[in-house]
Ligand binder design. Structure first.
Ligand SMILES: [Zn+2]
Length: 196
């Protein structure tokens, strides 16, 4: 239910008019839409009608006319002035859920990018940093490519063809690994030195 519908459903127009200091006797008041000398506007629970200028509408149209604002703004004002804040809360979860989903997707995309970049780095290390002779010690990245490249490629596959559950499980359990790989990737100087 929109804030507009909720406000309309919950508020009595006569109570609203009284709250905004509109003088009325037997539900009759001076019309707010025309220069009214005698009370020509009748206030009902759910609408108003002016016998002078035929203006009619609901509680939001009334409030909009009274304050010279749009009906959407009037609905917001009524909700605020009459403490119908829970309307907002009811609408929030859907927005919050959307943001959560977007946030999750972005984190997964970032994780995938980190894994791809790191696999690319290790594949390069496999060829470029391979020892030239049997006596040459393994370069750390070359050693890492031997130990972990297959494992990291498997993680990439989770993001390419895995299920939502598999991706979520990976994101929850491998947070530290991702941070570590990200740190290594965002230190190009240190990496260059290591490779050189
Ligand atoms: Zn009128």
């Amino acid at each position: 239910m929109s804030i507009y519908e909720t406000v309309k459903e919950q508020l009595d127009l006569r109570t609203v008019a009284e709250h905004y200091c509109i003088d009325s006797r037997n539900g009759m008041t001076a019309c707010i839409f025309h220069d009214d000398r005698s009370p020509s506007m009748k206030l009902y629970a759910d609408h108003y009608y002016c016998f002078g200028c035929s203006a009619c509408g609901d509680v939001t149209a009334f409030t909009a006319g009274l304050f010279g604002i749009s009906q959407a703004e009037a609905a917001q004002k009524l909700a605020a002035d009459f403490g119908i804040a829970e309307v907002h809360c009811k609408e929030k979860p859907s927005i919050k859920t959307k943001l959560t989903v977007i946030g999750e997707r972005q984190r997964e995309q970032e994780a995938f990018r980190i894994l791809c970049d790191y696999c690319h780095l290790l594949r390069s290390a496999r060829t470029e940093l391979a020892p030239k002779s049997p006596n040459e010690p393994f370069h750390p990245l070359f050693a890492e490519s031997l130990q972990h490249l297959t494992e990291y490629e498997f993680y990439c596959d989770i993001f390419i063809s895995g299920s939502k559950e598999e991706r979520t499980e990976f994101m929850n359990e491998r947070r530290n690994l991702l941070n570590e790989l990200k740190r290594k990737l965002t230190q190009p100087l240190e990496r260059a030195e290591t490779i050189a």
